[in-house]
Design a protein around this ligand. Structure first.
Ligand code: ZN
Length: 238
């Protein structure tokens, strides 16, 4: 297994784009993985190739490190979820405080398929944008969950995978700042222009933080994070 090989869970959103830059900065060989599970909107998936290419193009070393892209169909996920991501229902918060976009245990399934693919491709590191800080109530994003998955996958596959979650303890403003540290303002611009986060799949309106409806929970999180990031920048640079 290549010590310096990484597989990045790459959905085409802001977080996974930052994770891709993080991996390209660190590992000699980087491949990407996306999942098609009957999302109500395919816009995020459609953003993947252009976002991937634009990020790699920022530095010659990144372009040289970026390898294959993989897209796995996980249709069965749609069959076990009854949420706004896969059905034509409005996004709402359930009584338990979870948005109804929640697919139970989705990251457990994603990480299992990622590890199976990483095994085949000889990649040691699996990089994902799970985050406990902007905790939207997803228990499969918790650091404890990821650590438990690492143990389970390593036992179950007799490997030494490292599940790397660079966004786990930072907020959305820091995620923008991390992108700037990794790839400069050019990477921030690529993320604004090429990635997609909106739950409603809206791409029309261009805000300073990128495209989206501006009102769904995902857009609000992204917009508020961007505003805090810009405010910190302005304080720092006067
Ligand atoms: Zn939105």
């Amino acid at each position: 297994m290549a010590e310096q090989g990484a597989l990045v869970l790459f959905s085409g959103g802001q977080d996974s784009a930052t994770c891709l830059a993080y991996a390209l900065d660190r590992f000699a060989r980087v491949e990407t993985l996306g999942f098609d599970y009957g999302q109500r909107h395919r816009i995020e998936l459609d953003c993947r190739p252009a976002a991937r290419a634009a990020i790699a193009a920022l530095k010659p070393q990144w372009a040289q490190r970026l390898g294959d892209d993989h897209l796995l169909a996980l249709d069965a996920l749609g069959q076990v979820s009854d949420t706004a991501l896969t059905r034509d229902t409005a996004i709402a918060m359930s009584e338990g405080g979870l948005p109804n976009t929640f697919v139970p245990g989705r990251n457990l399934i994603f990480l299992t398929f990622a590890a199976a693919l990483a095994y085949r491709r000889g990649l040691k590191h699996i990089v994902g944008g799970m985050c406990e800080t902007d905790f939207s109530g997803y228990p499969d994003c918790r650091d404890d969950t990821i650590k438990a998955m690492q143990v389970a996958l390593n036992l179950g596959m007799e490997k030494r995978f490292v599940l790397d979650t660079p966004l786990m303890w930072i907020d959305k403003a820091d995620t923008w700042a991390l992108a700037e540290r990794l790839g400069g303002p050019a990477l921030v611009d690529v993320i604004i222009e090429e990635t997609h986060t909106c739950y409603l799949g809206e791409r029309g309106a261009r805000h300073d933080w990128g495209y989206g409806c501006g009102t769904c929970p995902a857009c609000q999180l992204r917009a508020q994070g961007f505003a805090r990031y810009r405010a910190r920048e302005e304080r720092r640079t006067g």
